[in-house]
Write a protein that binds this ligand. Sequence first.
Ligand code: R5P
Length: 273
Amino acid sequence: MDWGMKNRLARIIKPETGRGVMLAVDHGYFLGPTERLEVPRKTIQPLLPYADSLMLTRGVLRTSVDANFPVPVVLRVSGGASIIGKDLSNEKITTSIKEAIRLNVTALALSIFVGAQHEHESLISLAKLVDEGEEYGIPVLAVTAVGKELEKRDARYLSLACRIAAEFGAHLVKTYYCENFEKVVESCPVPVIIAGGPKLANELDALQLTYDALQAGAVGVDMGRNIWQSDYPVSIIKAVRAIVHENASVKEAHELFNRLKNKEQTTKTATSV
Ligand code: R5P
């Protein structure tokens, strides 16, 4: 692997632990002002110090993230459909490689829609993006399944989608956790990270999801709503980090969360007075 490619991947998947915590805040590209991400800067800023990398669009990057903060950026470069439109799978590449370089990104992210109406176009877009990424040493994160595709959340479907992404040259694959997840990881020859999905009932469930995915072989998370839709976003991201980077058990991470959330509550109360 080329030095630049290796170096960029090492900024996302930390060599010290072989794992990474990516914070996903790209939801607006098809969901608009998602709950608790209405003002992106407000949501993102307190979490930045605890994210190994940040996944978002160029619009939110330019307007809502301080360029002086050295967080590795995973730039979403696919889009073109919305949650109220006809077909979520109707995406194309929306941001050029030149623009990505101008923004000094660490990786490029694109969704693929295996089994959906626009499967073919999304896979060809992935192939093109990998070609461009390889030319400049920028890794590509393929995102499998989104929105309405979630009904296909089983190991058979996700293995198929992840494997196809890897065959097309993706350097990293993001997918959803499911039963028998180790099968998804085993049959995907590149590292796999998991999305958190819609907000779970409580933080314990989010920590359990993180733990189970890592036990099954995932190298990290690309988590959004289960972090910033929590009442205690800083506490939960720190607890997720403890599982990812310190091998904490669910119990240990949850105890950490409970200790931190009292502090976070006190800080919130103090700043709102
Ligand atoms: C969906 O593809 C979006 O790109 C999100 O980045 C992804 O779903 C991860 O966020 P969440 O943990 O909220 O599902």
